[in-house]
Design a protein around this ligand. Structure first.
Ligand SMILES: C[S@@+](CC[C@H](N)C(=O)[O-])C[C@H]1O[C@@H](n2cnc3c(N)ncnc32)[C@H](O)[C@@H]1O
Length: 211
């Protein structure tokens, strides 16, 4: 946990992008959620993708434990916000955006009933042994029939210490095998990341439906 606080404190946030994610823009229509639906964004950071999702007419609930990230999201996007809640989970709200500041794994069961979720640099950011607990939280915080868009990143794990941790397609299928349907929408080879000394870098886009 200290790891992420340090990353934000030292502004080592190379994952943060200043443009909307093109795979989100391309594939979100396949997620097929009505405008007014609530979209959960686990491990949201200060992602601009939340702005794009709000532009589609959705309300957004981001989950993020580092206060600095939450403040940066509202400040950099010139959004006034109000805060309420306990020390463990504080809700910061502005218009269509709510960011719950706290540890995702400590979030009370079923406190959200999201219609959809968006996972970019979230599941690949958590330690591999925590993945089943992460999937359990997705189940707990979404409605039956909810759909999610998951963007993965995979490479031979021995070539780099995560995060990001490699998430292979077969692991997605395995982790979401109980109570979800999984459909791969696209698979890409990422040649650019070979500069980091990684070989066989791929990214996949999945549509996941909670039964
Ligand atoms: C790799 S970043 C990705 C952020 C965002 N999804 C994006 O695409 O820009 C992961 C984020 O998750 C946050 N985080 C890590 N573990 C968390 C946890 N257990 N609960 C809530 N937030 C967490 C970190 O502080 C960090 O901002």
């Amino acid at each position: 946990m200290e790891f992420w606080h340090n990353r934000w404190y030292e502004q080592q946030i190379g994952w943060h992008k200043t443009v909307f994610n093109e795979l989100l823009v391309k594939h979100w229509p396949a997620i097929d959620v009505p405008k007014s639906c609530q979209v959960m964004v686990p491990l949201c950071g200060k992602s601009l993708d939340m702005l794009w999702l709000a532009k589609q007419g959705h309300t957004i609930v981001g989950l993020e434990m580092v206060e600095q990230a939450v403040e940066a999201f509202f400040f950099e996007n010139k959004l006034d916000y109000s805060s309420r809640g306990s020390n463990s989970h504080i809700r910061h709200t502005s218009g269509p955006f709510t960011i719950i500041q706290g540890n995702l794994f400590d979030l009370e069961d079923g406190i959200l009933q999201a219609d959809a979720w968006y996972d970019r640099a979230a599941m690949i950011a958590i330690e591999i042994p925590e993945r089943p607990a992460y999937v359990a939280q997705i189940r707990s915080q979404t409605k039956h029939g909810a759909t999610g868009l998951l963007i993965t990143f995979a490479y031979p794990q021995e070539q780099m210490q995560g995060p990001p941790f490699a998430l292979e397609d077969e692991h997605v299928i395995q982790l979401y095998s109980d109570g979800f349907e999984v459909e791969c929408l696209e698979r890409l080879n990422l040649d650019d990341d070979k500069e980091r000394g990684l070989s066989n870098v791929t990214s996949s886009v999945f549509k996941i439906t909670r039964n």
